[in-house]
Structures are given as structure tokens and as C-alpha cells.
Design a binder for this molecule. Structure first.
Ligand code: MG
Length: 402
């Protein structure tokens, strides 16, 4: 295809697209994906080509303002045309508008296929000739079945030589205009321009497309378009680490409770609840990952209902708050700091208690212990301390669009 031919574009954007749902958000072609209206992405694919002459955007009569605001960055780069009742009628409106400029060829494209690439468009251009149209299409990968009235499979269909038709679909201008006029006169409806052209004697060549040039039809398509257009580099992982520290003083007694396990000892720990420093430190670490204050915020010592309370209640509550904030706890580490009792023999039982309270695999929980080398208050046996770290993964963060 030489550069002296005139190729115009008709972007079909007049549909109501009801299958996408949420009609209060307006027609899908004007909905935002990664901060911009879909139609703006689609138009930009053509507006950046030096070989494409006029771009006719066929829109619904009710959408004139929506269109000009969606495409305000492209002022002067397209011609707005009001469409008809059906897609076929809207294409006809575009063809009539283009006919005043007598293009040699026309590319007809759905405004809700924003993923057409510059390579697709130049491949199509290369496939054009006065004798045929050309369209992007992909081979059908799924098995095809026909069903009967009871929705039972009545016959499999051989998928060889079967293609999924996409757009753009491109044609010699006078031939497709004539075919559309005849279809209008015959009151014949077609699902796409290639079928219409074929019916009136103009064959089209397939230009195989291995890219995903999907049409945004359902809400899930819009979500997918959003993440593709946003690009992977527009998301950052949200992995948070929370710390906690606790200490309780000792007094003479017969047991201490550490990480949910009662260990016989000559001492006990002073505290409002069961004074479990391990679980308290880990509760604070979890709350830290969602910046939800600390254990005292949720279970104030002034509240009598927590007197003597088992600390797994606090830990489970913190884990529940983290889950509600869409966090997944991937790892917890607790270090107990005391001269006595010995922790090693109880590590497995402690791990089980923490695992049950948080609801994660025991393999994701580490309990370590150290003495304080006989120095300081812990070294003198006046108290037992614990530090804890929780690692929680949240859904990726979107980088805010300006
Ligand atoms: Mg405490």
C-alpha cells in the first residue's frame, strides 16, 4: 500500500452497551480505565498514525457533551458524527460523512477495543487492495459446540478454519459504501461489516492477530482493561512489618503464662490479664501493620471485663482486624527474654497456641528465647520481656494518578 492513498477511520461509539451494567455510570466507551476514558485510548491509536487522514467518531445524539469532554485532548483531530439506531446504521452515518472527502479506503473500528496496536494497523493497511477488505481476527482456541433448545450439546463443530472476527475491518471505500446502501435498501442486518461486505460480493482477508484486542463488553472486561492500561509498574506491593514489645514484672508464684502455655515456675507475672508478654507483644505487632493503635486501645486495663483474661482473645481479635483490612499474615516472630523458665521444651506447644489464635500455619511462626545475661531488671529476674514482629501482605497499592 503506497502512501498516496487516503485512508480514513470510522470509530463506532454510538452503542449503549447495556451488558456492562451500572447504567448510572453512563455508556462504557466513556468510562474510565486507569484514569482516562476508554474512547480516548482508542482514538489515540489512530490519531498518532501519520498515514491515517480523517477520523470520524460516530456517537449517540445524547452523548455530544460526553464525547467532547472525553476527547478534549484531541480537539481538531477528529470529526464528530451522530449515529443511528443500530451499529450498522451508525457505520452508515460515518460512511456518509466520509463520502464528502472521497477516501480510497476506510477502517471501521469499535471504540471499545482500545488494545489495537500500531503493528495491527500497519498489517491491515498492507492487506488492503481494491479487490478485498481486510480484518483483524484470531483463530478459535476453544472447542465449539452447538446446543439444542434444552441447552444440551447437540453437535460439536470443527474449529479448523474458524476465526473470531475483531475490528478494525477495512474496505475500499466506494465498495463498502455501496454495500451498506444496498443492505439499508434491502433492510438486511449483519453483525459486522465484513459479513455485510461478503454478502454483497466483497471478500475480506484475515490478518491474524495474536495480541489481545478484546472488546470491552462486561464489567470484568473493564476491570481487566484498567489493570492492563495501568501497567504493572503502576502498582507497588504492600508488605508491612509491625513491631511489638511488652514486659511484666514478676512476683512469687507457681506458674507463668507465655505464648498461651502455662509453665510451672517459682514466679508468676503481675498484670491485669494473664500477663502473657509473648501474646501481648505479638498483638501489638499485628495491630501495628494496620496502624490500629495498640492492645490498650482495644482492651483498656481500666475495663474490668479483661481482668485475668486469656490473652489469646487479644491476639485473635488483632488477627481478625488485620484480615478485615484485607491483610494476610505471612510470618510472626516472638522473642522471649527471661532468665527462667526455660522456653525450649515449650516451644512446640507455644507455636500451636499462636497458630490457633492467629489462624496461620505453625511453619510461619517463630519463637526464640534469650536470657539477659544476668544484667538489668530481666537479668535480676524482676520481669519477663518479649519483642515480636509480624509481617502482613496487603493488596497492591495503586500509585495515585495525578
Ligand atoms: Mg502486657
Amino acid at each position: 500500500m503506497n502512501n498516496t492513498v487516503n485512508i480514513d477511520v470510522i470509530l463506532v461509539a454510538a452503542g449503549r452497551g447495556e451488558r456492562i451494567g451500572a447504567p448510572e455510570n453512563g455508556p462504557k466507551q466513556y468510562r474510565l480505565a486507569a484514569g482516562k476514558p476508554l474512547i480516548a485510548y482508542t482514538l489515540s491509536r489512530f490519531a498518532t498514525l501519520d498515514w491515517c487522514r480523517n477520523i470520524y467518531v460516530v456517537h449517540h445524539a445524547d452523548d455530544t457533551e460526553l464525547l467532547s469532554s472525553a476527547l478534549n485532548a484531541f480537539e481538531g483531530q477528529y470529526i464528530a458524527v451522530i449515529g443511528g439506531e443500530t451499529r450498522q446504521a451508525s457505520v452508515m452515518c460515518g460512511l456518509k460523512a466520509a463520502s464528502t472527502q472521497s477516501p480510497d479506503y476506510v477502517m471501521i473500528h469499535d471504540a471499545v477495543r482500545p488494545f489495537v496496536t500500531p503493528e495491527n494497523l500497519s498489517d491491515l493497511r498492507d492487506a488492503l487492495s481494491p479487490e478485498n477488505g481486510a480484518l483483524l481476527a484470531h483463530p478459535i482456541a476453544d472447542s465449539l459446540m452447538r446446543t439444542n433448545a434444552q441447552n444440551e450439546i447437540s453437535e460439536p463443530i470443527d474449529r479448523s478454519n474458524m476465526w473470531g472476527a475483531e475490528t478494525p475491518q477495512c474496505f475500499p471505500f466506494e465498495t463498502i459504501l455501496d454495500a451498506h446502501q444496498r443492505a439499508q435498501k434491502d433492510n438486511q442486518a449483519f453483525t459486522d461489516d465484513t459479513s455485510l461486505a461478503a454478502h454483497y460480493g466483497l471478500p475480506s482477508k484475515i490478518v491474524e492477530n495474536q495480541n489481545d484486542n478484546f472488546k470491552i463488553t462486561y464489567a470484568a472486561d473493564l476491570t481487566r482493561a484498567h489493570s492492563l492500561l495501568r501497567g504493572h509498574d503502576m502498582q507497588i506491593p504492600d508488605i508491612r512489618t509491625g513491631n511489638g514489645y511488652d514486659v511484666h514484672s514478676t512476683m512469687p508464684g507457681d506458674h507463668v503464662t507465655l505464648c498461651g502455655v502455662e509453665i510451672p515456675a517459682q514466679i508468676t507475672l503481675n498484670g491485669h490479664s494473664d500477663a502473657d508478654v509473648g501474646m501481648h507483644a505479638l498483638t501489638d505487632a499485628l495491630l501495628s501493620t494496620i496502624a490500629a493503635g495498640d492492645i490498650g486501645t482495644h482492651f483498656p486495663p481500666s475495663d474490668d471485663q479483661w481482668r485475668g483474661a486469656a490473652s489469646h482473645i487479644f491476639l485473635s481479635h488483632a488477627a481478625k482486624l488485620v484480615r478485615e483490612a484485607k491483610g494476610t499474615v505471612t510470618h510472626c516472630a516472638v522473642t522471649l527474654i527471661c532468665e527462667a523458665p526455660k522456653i525450649g521444651p515449650h516451644r512446640k506447644a507455644m507455636t500451636k497456641k499462636l497458630s490457633d489464635a492467629i489462624g496461620i500455619d505453625p511453619k510461619r511462626i517463630s519463637i526464640t528465647a534469650t536470657t539477659n545475661e544476668a544484667i538489668g531488671f530481666v537479668g535480676r529476674g524482676e520481669g519477663i520481656a518479649a519483642i515480636a514482629t509480624a509481617t502482613v501482605v496487603f493488596p497492591p497499592m495503586d500509585i495515585e494518578e495525578s
